[in-house]
Each structure stands twice: as structure tokens, then as C-alpha cells.
Design a binder for this molecule. Structure first.
Ligand code: ASP
Length: 330
């Protein structure tokens, strides 16, 4: 039978153990950070991200700036006429006009964006010029074109023969129904952490094929299609832009990381918001695709989307690989 002295002893050991436990759990709440940051690293959406990452890596591996890397990276699919959802060769709107959306954001929260820009092959570079050479953050339509021309960008025909044929075929029914993962949309969003530990991002697209003229998606909207916070992390999005805008998607992902979530969990939570709102609005989730990718200051990354079929490319010191994103609708 335990006497009083034993009881006091046990109680004392117990409270030391409790104190140790509470110390441990406090310690657990502080994010573990041992100074080993996984950098440089660049991640980008879809399989065209692999080539794009390659161009970005050339800059990152030589200790270049993340901002230069993401611009150089996304210019690859922008300039490729066989990539039919970004830049030159992108599918037109319902009036047969190729209208492009793009934005860029650096480690100091400098931002630049263009929307509904026609005739310019590299909208991302025009977005960067808006950021660096104007007092504004966003130019659209004719104003964006005028500005681009004033900066020496060349006016070009961006409508390639195959896209024109597809559009003429589409005109026979003129039925606007973007189908999830079926090549009538896709955006390159790219986010990078450079060897100095700075984050930047870029996002560029021709938007949804056969959209109404003047339609702007999430991709050129800072906070929706792209967001960078150099203290926390960065995120970018692809898929049905209307749904991404509805939740201010990429800003949300970054704020969730600020609250302590991993990039993976932050993307999952953002997708779950879209899932909930879609159900509440009586819409069919099967008709929607949205994918997020995210990267934090430690160089950890993650991704999540609504439907299977979305992938993203990851380039770090160990190599450049394509990863299938996890998804909600299983
Ligand atoms: N987010 C783009 C848009 O809505 C399209 C896409 O990424 O699929 O314009």
C-alpha cells in the first residue's frame, strides 16, 4: 500500500513528466526549421511544365533570381504553337480572337498583369513590363496592346491553322461547355524558390477555348491564379477560372500555409472550399476541374485538384519530374 511519502514522490515525478510533456508539445507547435531549405526549386502546372522548368532551372542553378526563372520558364509554352492553351497557338474565343491573360509577382510583392491581350506572343513579359515600368498593376485589352507596342513588342497573328479549324468546327454548334481535362483549356502556372531563398511566380494562358470575347479568367488576377508571399510561400492554379476567382484561390492557399498548413494540406483545404460551394450552388462537381500547386519557404511543395488527370512538374537538385496530383473525386 502506498504511504503518503510514496504518493508525494509519485505526484512529483508525475508533475515533472507533465511539465516535460507540455514542453514537448509546445515545441511541436513551433514549425521545425533546421536551416536546411530545399532550394532552388521550381514547380509548374501540367506536363508542359517539364520543359518550362528546364528553362527556369538554367537560371536557378546559376544562382539567378526566381523572378527571371519563372518568366523564362513560362515563355517556353507561350512560344510553342503546338501548345494550344497558352500564348501563340492558343485556342481563340468564340469570335475567333486569341486573347491572352498573364500575371507575375516577385518577392517584394511587386505585381504586373495583362488581360484580354491580343497579338503579342509573350504576355508574361508584357505583365512584367507593366510591373516594372508603369504606376499600375493591370492593363487590359487595347490598352495592354498599345502599351506592349510602345515597349517594342511585335504585333503577330497568334491564331494557328489547327486552332482556326477547331474554332470553325465549334461554330457549327457554338455550344460552350469546357470539359474537365479535355484539352480545351490549361494554364501554365509556375512558382520558384531561388538560391537566395526568394520566391516568385508567373501564370499565363489563352483561357477557356471559345469563351465570350472579353472573358477574363483567374490566371491574370493576383490572389486568384497566382499569389506569392515571400515570408510564407507561393501558389498558382489551373482549371475553371470562375471557380478559382470565387474563393480567391491562391491567396487562400498561401494564407492557409501561414496558419501552419503544409503546401499539400493548404491545397486540399482550398479545393474543399470549391467542392462545398459547388454543391451549395446546385452545380455538378463532375463538370469542374481546378488544380492548385503550392510551395513554401522551406522548399516543400504540394498539390491537389478536383478530378484525377492533373499533373505538375517539379525541378529541384535531384532532377525534373512529372507528378500526378492527388484529387478529390475518387
Ligand atoms: N484557369 C484558366 C482560365 O480559367 C484555364 C485553365 O487553367 O484551364 O482561363
Amino acid at each position: 500500500m502506498a504511504n503518503r511519502r510514496d504518493f508525494i514522490k509519485t505526484a512529483a515525478i508525475g508533475s515533472v513528466a507533465m511539465a516535460l510533456n507540455s514542453f514537448k508539445s509546445n515545441e511541436d507547435e513551433i514549425p521545425f526549421f533546421d536551416g536546411k531549405v530545399n532550394k532552388p526549386i521550381v514547380i509548374s502546372t501540367w506536363n508542359f511544365g517539364v520543359k518550362a522548368n528546364g528553362a527556369a532551372w538554367e537560371i536557378l542553378k546559376n544562382n539567378g533570381r526566381a523572378l527571371d526563372a519563372v518568366e523564362a520558364g513560362v515563355k517556353i509554352p507561350e512560344g510553342d504553337p503546338t501548345e494550344r492553351s497558352v500564348g501563340y497557338g492558343g485556342r481563340p474565343d468564340r469570335d475567333g480572337r486569341v486573347t491572352l491573360d498573364a500575371c507575375i509577382m516577385d518577392e517584394n510583392a511587386n505585381i504586373g498583369s495583362v488581360a484580354c491581350l491580343e497579338h503579342i506572343k509573350h504576355p508574361i513579359s508584357v505583365a512584367r513590363a507593366v510591373m516594372e515600368k508603369t504606376p499600375h498593376v493591370m492593363l487590359v485589352g487595347d490598352g495592354a496592346l498599345q502599351f506592349a507596342l510602345s515597349q517594342g513588342f511585335q504585333k503577330e497573328n497568334l491564331l494557328v491553322e489547327d486552332s482556326e479549324k477547331e474554332w470553325k468546327e465549334w461554330l457549327k454548334t457554338s455550344h460552350y461547355k469546357p470539359i474537365a481535362n479535355i484539352e480545351n483549356h490549361d494554364t501554365i502556372g509556375m512558382i520558384a524558390l531561388d538560391s537566395s531563398g526568394n520566391l516568385s511566380g508567373a501564370c499565363t494562358t489563352s483561357g477557356m477555348a471559345f469563351k465570350m470575347h472579353g472573358r477574363v479568367g483567374d490566371s491574370p488576377i493576383i490572389g486568384a491564379g497566382l499569389y506569392v508571399d515571400n515570408e510564407i510561400g507561393a501558389a498558382t492554379a489551373t482549371g475553371h477560372g470562375e471557380e478559382v476567382i470565387r474563393i480567391s484561390g491562391c491567396h487562400l492557399v498561401v494564407e492557409l500555409m501561414r496558419q501552419g498548413k503544409s503546401p499539400q494540406k493548404a491545397c486540399e483545404e482550398a479545393v474543399s472550399r470549391i467542392v462545398k460551394l459547388t454543391k451549395n450552388r446546385g452545380k455538378n462537381l463532375k463538370d469542374i476541374q481546378v488544380g492548385f500547386i503550392a510551395l513554401n519557404k522551406k522548399g516543400e511543395y504540394g498539390s491537389y485538384c478536383i478530378q484525377g488527370g492533373f499533373n505538375y512538374a517539379v525541378n529541384q537538385t535531384s532532377g525534373n519530374k512529372l507528378v500526378d496530383a492527388d484529387y478529390f473525386l475518387k
